[in-house]
Design a binder for this molecule. Structure first.
Ligand SMILES: [Zn+2]
Length: 171
């Protein structure tokens, strides 16, 4: 397994729409294994475009304090979401070090294929619903900062750029 390089904002690949995965695509099991390995270092969710692969694949690992074992979603699709919305703090491996509250539907239902291409239908709320919606956004070239007001987004980007400059200036 390989630890993959995560693309950071403003890489243009993060803005592209990922393609549906063909069940005959033999690269998928290896990609999923590498994505889990990469996610094990940090984070709770990772989408394939963040590792420069424009395919509709997501891995989620909420950690051992949650009751949900790590799982992969291929071609995920939200088929229902609640009218009720909630704010939830979002962070992103492609924008390390900055966080903001994003308002999203509180509850969702998602259809997806697992790594063996078996179909699943899952109802999710709380952190899992936030994470799935955040990752599916990546498959459509969207970042969590796009949900914020222009002013909030600009403040966050400035903060991110400053942090990045500071870390590259270190000896
Ligand atoms: Zn993200």
């Amino acid at each position: 397994m390989t630890i993959l390089t995560i693309l950071h904002y403003p890489d243009s690949t993060l803005r592209k729409t990922s393609l549906l995965v063909d069940p005959k695509d033999a690269t998928i099991p290896g990609l999923i294994a590498d994505m889990f390995e990469t996610l094990a270092i940090d984070g709770i969710g990772l989408a394939a475009p963040q590792v420069d692969v424009l395919k509709r694949v997501v891995v989620i690992d909420l950690g051992s304090d949650q009751d949900i074992p790590p799982f992969a979603l291929i071609n995920p699709e939200i088929c229902w979401c609640s009218e009720r919305t909630v704010p939830y703090s979002n962070g992103c491996l492609s924008l390390p070090g900055v966080y903001a509250d994003v308002v999203r539907p509180e509850e969702i239902e998602v259809k997806y294929l697992d790594e063996n291409f078996n179909q699943h239908h899952l109802k999710a709320n709380d952190l899992l619903a936030v994470c799935i919606q955040h990752e599916i956004d990546h498959l459509d070239g969207k970042l969590f900062i796009d949900h914020l007001s222009k002013l909030k987004r600009e403040v966050l980007i400035r903060k991110f750029v400053k942090k990045t400059q500071r870390s590259t200036e270190l000896p």
